[in-house]
Design a protein around this ligand. Structure first.
Ligand SMILES: CC(C)(COP(=O)(O)OP(=O)(O)OC[C@H]1O[C@@H](n2cnc3c(N)ncnc32)[C@H](O)[C@@H]1OP(=O)(O)O)[C@@H](O)C(=O)NCCC(=O)NCCS
Length: 161
């Protein structure tokens, strides 16, 4: 059963093992945190096991430094039949100052699956607040734009050996 939780924030401390030679957190580590937050949010909304179908629009706005407190916030902005579109923003701060700044944002699409790994229905989200309606409409526009990008990418997949 869904507990209907629409958003959540996961927190991490950037450790020395997370950083690259320049002392900044690896993009891959940030993407892992994003995936974890998207999964937890989708599982909490749907009450089901979920898998990542798509992650995109990722923008690394500012670096995260070792020792930073990292907050990965996930929020459901659209539900399809089996998919949940989750907006993610990543903020970081020096924990001594708690001066949060945006470092990354993106959209992740999670799909709920049943015990056989097949997509399964998720509870519908119906926005009522103007801000939520705007986010939902933006998710729909992005979905249509992705269809065009997907068709364009077919040319690349075609030549994969
Ligand atoms: C996600 C997956 C189950 C979808 O399978 P599928 O055969 O395309 O299933 P469907 O056509 O029924 O699509 C299921 C949902 O996924 C969505 N979806 C599928 N491919 C998508 C893509 N490239 N981008 C965005 N959404 C996508 C569909 O729109 C659909 O949503 P809806 O039910 O809300 O309309 C399948 O592609 C898969 O198993 N992928 C691997 C996932 C994985 O291993 N993730 C870990 C990270 S590597």
């Amino acid at each position: 059963m869904s507990n209907g939780q629409r958003s959540m924030t996961l927190r991490f401390l950037a450790e020395p093992s997370d950083v690259n030679f320049g002392g900044k957190v690896h993009g891959g580590i940030v993407m892992k945190w994003i995936d974890l937050a998207a999964y937890a949010n989708a599982a909490a909304w749907s009450g089901k096991y979920c898998i990542t179908a798509y992650a995109g629009g990722i923008r690394f706005v500012a670096p995260i430094h070792v020792g930073n407190l990292v907050e990965v916030s996930a929020k459901l902005i659209y539900t399809g039949t089996t998919s949940m579109h989750i907006a993610i923003d990543v903020q970081a701060s020096d924990p001594k100052e708690l001066n949060n700044r945006l470092t990354t944002h993106c959209i992740v699409i999670m799909v709920a699956v049943d015990g056989d790994g097949n997509p399964t229905r998720v509870p519908e989200w119906n926005p009522t607040e103007p801000e939520d309606i705007e986010l939902r409409d933006s998710a729909i526009r992005l979905m249509n734009m992705r269809k065009q990008i997907g068709e364009e990418m077919e040319a690349h997949v075609k030549y994969l050996k």
